[in-house]
Design a binder for this molecule. Structure first.
Ligand code: SAM
Length: 321
């Protein structure tokens, strides 16, 4: 990812025309140092990436605005999300550049693009490819909403094809909650809708970094007790300490594995709970969350699960000194 754009520009194979450049969904390690910052508009809907690119001095938008000389797409792994981003990028630019890792399916996207247009250049480097072409008409690649089990989802959101097995295991185990509850990493609202099935819940904060998923959650959870936060769960602070936190935490950051992210969710849960508060969390059985929870809570127990997932309940957080 980092190397390919720089390599294509340095080699002289790729030439960027004058004008604005939209960069769609760049990973934090994408090297944009060869392009003047004030020509670039980052298009990102993932909150921590938005904050990061802003801190580097870039203008960041959640959707393209107007027409660009160039649109550069950092290929996401989900195929229909990739096709949708390419359709958006091609619709707003003259030159389309696609940069992707092999494991993100760049070869199959290139093959699909070749069915409608001819790339002007292709370079392979660092286990991936970068290719570019005059922006073709990809209007029939735009993603569409789906309805699954009574929930609306969109391409690229977590578990877009229906409720996740781990989340189902959590719903099967969760006791009815009461008071102020937070759903950390709420996705498109599967757990939240279940949580609100308890009439003793007085307020529910849905905290989600992916704006597309949160937009779906707004459609899926219409209960007036719900409040929606486009935010980083590892930094989220409610107005007052809460009675319960529920989470199916992510265990990787976009393309790179990072079990530390899930642990950061658990630590933030401990920080925002009342002294008698409870955290309900589901995780793949191989993730060593019990060790982390034991450093954060006085009581930790496994309350249920499946052969693949464990549901853990942790109560009485230690207060930071
Ligand atoms: C395993 S999914 C669970 C989604 C949903 N709760 C469910 O059960 O279907 C984890 C969610 O956390 C979100 N996420 C990842 N990093 C985040 C962060 N730093 N802050 C908030 N949400 C984040 C992901 O976008 C994803 O929707």
């Amino acid at each position: 990812m980092t190397a390919r754009l720089t390599f294509a520009l340095d080699s002289g194979a790729l030439h960027l025309p004058e004008g604005r450049i939209a960069v769609f969904a760049p990973a934090p390690d994408m090297d944009l140092s060869k392009i003047e910052t004030d020509r670039v508009e980052i298009i990102s809907r993932f909150y921590p990436d938005v904050v990061l690119w802003q801190s580097r001095g870039f203008k960041v938008l959640q959707a393209p605005e107007g027409h660009y000389a160039v649109a550069l797409v950092a290929l996401p792994r989900a195929k229909d999300a990739a096709r949708d981003l390419l359709a958006q990028a091609a619709a707003c630019s003259d030159l389309l550049i696609v940069d992707g890792h092999k494991t993100d399916g760049v070869d199959s996207i290139l093959k699909a693009v070749k069915k409608v247009a001819t790339p002007e250049g292709t370079l392979s480097k660092a286990h991936g490819k970068i290719f570019w072409l005059a922006a073709p008409d990809l209007s029939d690649w735009h993603g569409t909403d789906r309805t699954t089990d009574g929930f609306v989802t969109r391409p690229g959101v977590f578990s877009a094809d229906g409720p996740d097995k781990g989340s189902r295991a959590l719903v099967d185990t969760l006791s009815p909650l009461s008071g102020h509850v937070v759903d950390l990493g709420a996705g498109w609202g599967y757990l939240s809708r279940h949580i609100l099935g308890s009439e003793n819940v007085t307020a529910l904060d849905l905290v989600e970094a992916d704006l597309t998923a949160l937009d779906c959650a707004r459609e899926n959870v219409t209960d007036p007790r719900a409040t929606f936060h486009w935010a980083d769960a590892t930094q989220f602070k409610p107005k007052a300490l809460v009675d319960a936190v529920v989470s199916n935490p992510p265990f990787h950051v976009s393309r790179a594995g990072d079990p530390g992210l899930g642990k950061a969710f658990l630590a933030q849960a401990a920080r925002i709970l009342k002294p008698a508060g409870q955290l309900w969390v589901v995780a793949n059985r191989h993730l060593p969350y019990e060790d982390t929870l034991a450093t954060l809570f006085r009581e930790v127990e496994e309350t249920g699960g499946t052969p693949g997932f464990k549901v853990l309940k942790a109560t009485k957080p230690f207060r930071a000194k």
